[in-house]
Design a protein around this ligand. Structure first.
Ligand SMILES: [Ca+2]
Length: 562
């Protein structure tokens, strides 16, 4: 809580598969997003925000719980969440917030998997539908006429307005129990859209917006030379793997292979970007609504996406791989009362860090098994600077060098701040930040995308990836195993990631250092290296988990395959 006792209302807008490079303020060359950009102009844009498992369901679970997939048990699309886990929502609610979840949940349904910890929830089942979507709420299932992005926004605003009625003594709506909060407590609302997820069905009035050809990414014709066989085996190429449901109409006859690939790319971008346009408009609706209520300055509005997405980069669509376009998450945060306008922050953060960050901003404690590090102290201006919402501020810690992010990962450990491991609001971060972060994609060789299981470690300059190519018995992973392979990229010399330099003598030392750093980070996080990986030099005494010790491998009801 701030010293003035004011706690923010929170609007967390999360889209599905919206790549940062399709957002204006992130330098998009393919579209414009003036309303999302408006949030950045009024707040802070994070330039190095990354997902730790680039897939819808696992990323949502990590965002909510502040833990990695191997801790929260949501490894893939086919491992529903145990919704009783501690989340930032349960933490907010314990501290008096009123909470709601509206839109795409996609972490399973039924007892134990439906949203928990929310005062109100109203979600689309599975992937959800763009048109006339079905919703599941505390009162059961129903169909709502219209376009999903508009409807989700409408329902979100209606929920807050129902709180207004309640505060005035009117009817309450949708509360599944009664925590005894008054009508003036702050609220947190998750507005989680289906868009712009496949199969990219825009509103008819938006379809003509992107009829003109978009520029091809420079890596569109990537031939994957120097890359692993695992990467070449993926089935995410625009030229070869977009289906009729994606394209809506067969390609014209008589095109060459390359001409047809470009036609598919343009078709894909036309629909994807038009879906993004509707998201942007609905972000604008929420901004306008908050301003009209006089709430904008005291509301923390976050815009993010569950992961990045390939927009023809390397010839691909989809995500999953640890390449930059898939790995990067957009994250902009507007909270004029506490965050200076027009700032940027370039420290490395991940989706695992978001839960503790939000709890910190709300003045709520965080504990349990959360594994992230709040970056709120680096975004917020000091309490003493707190003035009016339109103050642009000059001494925001964002924009400045952050020495906390340069610690040697070999030196880090995970000290609890207090004896019970609970980090009270406003205290130092839960752990010493590391130089890099750990990534793991578990859903090996699924029948559609054929993406390999891999883990890796990314610093501000290098990226190490180990494709272990083994489903480890997880549901709906492929039957076959393939030989492990390494990749190493020097992002400074090769920002497009076209040259795998693993095995090059000049990178031998850095490769060894990264392998040791990743091993130590796995040990710190409690994840198990794949048995095929040899122990890095110098790590013989670092205790890591063994695969057999992982507790949550289990077969569960499959959700819809995307
Ligand atoms: Ca997604």
């Amino acid at each position: 809580m701030t010293e003035t006792g004011r706690r923010p209302n929170i609007v967390f807008i999360l889209t599905d598969d919206h790549a940062a490079h399709a957002i204006g303020c992130y330098g998009s060359v393919v579209n414009r997003t003036p309303r999302i950009d408006e949030l950045a102009h009024n707040g802070c844009r994070l330039d190095n925000c990354f997902v730790t498992n680039s897939l819808c369901t696992p990323s949502r679970a990590s965002i909510l719980t502040g833990t990695y997939s191997h801790v929260n048990g949501v490894y893939s699309l086919f491992t529903p969440i145990d919704a009783s886990q501690t989340t930032f929502i349960s933490g907010l609610r314990d501290s008096g917030y009123r909470t709601a979840m509206i839109g795409k949940w996609h972490m399973g349904h039924g007892p134990g998997h439906d949203p928990e910890g929310f005062d109100y929830w109203d979600v689309v089942p599975g992937q959800g539908e763009y048109w006339n979507p079905t919703f599941i709420g505390v009162d059961g299932r129903r169909t709502v006429e219209g376009y999903a992005t508009d409807i989700i926004t409408d329902l979100a605003m209606e929920w807050v307005e129902s709180l207004d009625d309640r505060g005035r003594g009117g009817d309450e709506r949708g509360r599944d129990d009664e925590p005894g909060q008054g009508g003036n407590e702050p609220w947190c609302m998750l507005v989680w859209h289906k868009a712009p997820h496949r199969p990219w069905e825009p509103k008819p009035e938006d379809q003509a917006m992107y009829e003109d050809p978009r520029p091809l990414p420079s890596t569109f014709w990537d031939d994957y030379s120097t890359r692993s066989v695992a990467v070449r085996r993926t089935a995410m190429r625009i030229a070869d793997h977009l289906g009729l449901e994606d394209l809506k109409t067969p390609p014209p006859r008589g095109l060459s292979y390359k001409e047809e690939a470009v036609w598919k790319y343009q078709r894909y971008m036309r629909d994807y970007l038009a879906c993004v346009h509707s998201v942007d408009e609905n972000v604008g609706r929420l901004i306008d609504w908050l301003r009209a209520r006089g709430d904008f300055d005291d509301t923390m509005v976050i815009y993010s996406s569950d992961q990045g997405f390939f927009l023809g980069d390397h010839g691909w669509f989809d995500k999953r791989l640890m390449f930059e376009e898939s790995l990067r998450m957009p994250f902009v945060l507007s909270y004029p009362r506490r965050v200076a306008a027009g700032t940027t922050f370039d420290g490395i953060v991940t989706n695992v860090d978001m839960a503790q960050t939000i709890l910190d901003a709300a003045g709520a404690g965080h504990g349990g098994q959360m594994q992230g590090r709040s970056f709120w102290p680096e975004l917020a201006r000091a309490e003493a600077d707190e003035t009016s919402g339109d103050d642009t501020g000059t001494d925001n810690p964002a924009h400045t060098d952050n020495p906390a992010h340069t610690d040697n990962p070999a030196d880090t450990n995970n000290p609890a701040d207090t004896d019970d491991g609970h980090n009270p609001a406003g205290s130092e971060p839960d752990r010493n930040p590391v130089e890099g972060f750990y990534y793991r994609y578990w859903e090996n060789d699924d029948v559609i995308h054929k993406a390999p299981a891999h883990y890796g470690y990314r610093t501000d300059r290098y990226k190490l990836i180990y494709y272990y190519n083994d489903g480890l018995g997880l549901p709906f992973t492929g039957f076959f195993r393939y030989p492990p392979e390494w990749e190493l990229y020097d992002l400074e010399a090769d920002p497009r990631e076209l040259h795998n330099v693993h095995g090059h003598p000049e990178y031998a030392r850095i490769g060894d250092e990264l392998k040791a750093a990743m091993w130590r980070e796995q040990a710190r996080l409690g994840d198990a290296p794949h048995p095929s990986q040899s122990v890095p030099a110098g790590c013989e005494d670092v205790p890591v988990a063994e695969v057999g010790e992982l507790p949550r491998y289990r077969w569960l009801d499959p959700g819809p395959m995307e």
